[in-house]
Design a protein around this ligand. Structure first.
Ligand code: FES
Length: 162
């Protein structure tokens, strides 16, 4: 994070929220280093900065993967099996919602309604809406986008089916 960004805000506590928003807009998430730098700039504790950042659900603390998957669990999508779809993505990617794969290729999030309930259940991947998803479509959609399971996972899957 550039000092320029911080220097463009007064070093006063009331700037905290606007600074956090600016950092997230610039970097895509709030890293530990960024939170510490904000604390130093405002001369407040890192714990206070972290406390404010975690209070608002607009902030993200891990980076996005090259591919970002968002599973909708709003009312309509949830009623149409959205949780099963999220479970399938978690299983396939081997990452929990809110996480990112070790190679930083894939990140996964859950969200409330994204405004296209008539297409429920819905998943958004790299800003593209995938309508009427099913758990069975998950593997197919990921394969089209180039997702490959690691050899270890493939072998574990083969062993489980014997
Ligand atoms: S509940 Fe998922 S799009 Fe509305």
């Amino acid at each position: 994070m550039t000092g320029e960004l911080l220097d463009s805000y007064p070093a006063q506590r009331h700037s905290l929220l606007r600074i956090l928003q600016a950092v997230q807009q610039t970097e895509g998430h709030l890293s530990e280093e960024a939170l510490a730098a904000v604390a130093r700039h405002l001369k407040i504790s890192a714990a206070e900065v972290y406390g404010v950042a975690t209070f608002y659900n607009q902030f993200r603390f891990i980076p996005y993967g090259k591919h970002h998957v968002v599973a909708c669990l709003g009312t309509a999508c949830h009623a149409m099996g959205g949780q099963l779809i999220l479970d399938a993505f978690e299983r396939e990617l081997d990452v929990k919602a809110g996480g990112i794969t070790g190679d930083h290729e894939w990140s996964l999030d859950r969200v409330g309604c994204i405004g296209c309930c008539t297409k429920a259940p819905v998943v958004v991947i790299n800003d593209v809406i995938h309508a009427r998803m099913t758990p069975f479509k998950v593997e197919e959609v990921l394969a089209v986008l180039g997702f490959k399971k690691s050899k270890k996972e493939e072998n574990a899957g083969a062993g489980a089916s014997q």
